[in-house]
Write a protein of this length. Structure first.
Length: 323
């Protein structure tokens, strides 16, 4: 292939990659809407409210009926629902949790205003977002650096460290130190994320380990192909489908659910659970991240075994004559 042909091929490939990135990042953001969003209704008119919501859009909400306002608040703090509509004693009242998703809280607030007939009616924020980040902008942006740094670390470990043991040591070091330092900045300096620092640092470290380990592990087994597939999966699929700035139920399905099976989406959900909900509903995203971390170690194990078998299978040199 001539230089001109290679240049044309590289330019075409880069243009196609750009198109994929525009689609991956812009499409989910342009199609934000509730899709089976868990929502509680309570009080004597709960059935009527549920019927009204279903008539407006039968696929928008997954309605859960609870007894009263106290039960609705419990469901919110347990992360079973994103909000609740409480009826009785006047117009319907809306309970929201901006800590779970400021975008969802805003949408539910508008719905509460429509139901109450009072345009300026305010919703009660049961689990508010951090006062220094009320719209969740910093939280949404925070997930991307964790993913990008993990990809970069995975690439560097692949290129610089020639041995599997050294790569694993570097991976563990990156996870521990990266988690501690990132949460020091996010929580200590920027003060945009509440919650226990050691737990948040452990979550950030697990995210870093899972992302970097997946990239380096696939590269160790499959070479450059594995490196490219892992990096593009985390960047083009995992990050835009993470729902860090919205919620999985606001994204087109099944992509919202798929995003929660990748490290970026699981990271966003786990950080929210730890920071705002005392660990409620943390089991699922923690399992996802732990699964990716274990898979990364398994890939390194495969690479190590394959290297050992190669050494065993290599023909031994003829011994030098003694005399």
């Amino acid at each position: 292939m001539s230089t001109v042909q290679r240049a044309l091929a590289v330019g075409l490939g880069a243009a196609l990659l750009q198109v994929l990135m525009v689609i991956a990042f812009a499409w989910p953001a342009a199609d934000i809407a509730p899709r089976d969003l868990p929502l509680a209704v309570a009080g004597p008119q709960a059935g009527a409210v549920a019927g009204t919501l279903a008539a407006a859009d039968p696929n928008a909400f997954e309605i859960i009926t609870v007894t009263d306002a106290a039960a609705a608040r419990t469901a919110i703090t347990n992360r079973e629902v994103y909000g609740a509509i409480v009826t009785g004693d006047g117009p319907p009242r809306m309970l929201v949790a901006s800590g779970a998703s400021p975008a969802v809280a805003q949408q539910l607030t508008r719905i509460g205003q429509q139901l109450s007939g009072v345009p300026v009616a305010r919703a009660e924020d049961v689990v508010p977002a951090d006062t220094d980040d009320p719209r969740g902008i910093a939280f949404g942006v925070m997930v991307l650096p964790l993913v990008m740094a993990g990809i970069a670390a995975g690439v560097l470990l692949t290129v610089v460290i020639p041995t599997v043991g050294g790569a694993v040591l570097g991976l563990v070091t990156f996870g521990v130190v990266g988690g501690l330092l990132s949460m020091t900045i996010v929580q200590g300096w920027l003060s945009v994320l509440p919650g226990p620092y050691p737990v948040l640092a452990a979550v950030a470290g697990l995210v870093s380990f899972a992302v970097a380990g997946s990239v380096a592990g696939l590269a160790a087994v499959f070479g450059r192909v594995g490196l490219g597939v892992a990096a593009l999966t985390m960047l083009l699929i995992g990050n835009p489908l993470s729902a860090a700035t919205s919620a999985p139920e606001l994204l087109p399905q099944p992509w919202g659910a798929i995003g929660q099976l990748l490290p970026p989406g699981a990271a966003a959900s786990l950080l929210r659970s730890v920071a705002f909900f005392d660990g409620a509903a943390a089991a699922a995203p923690l399992t996802v991240l732990a699964g990716w971390a274990v898979a990364a170690l398994a890939l390194f194990g495969i690479a190590a075994l394959r290297g050992a078998r190669t050494e065993v299978a290599a023909p031994a040199e003829d011994p030098l004559p003694v005399g």
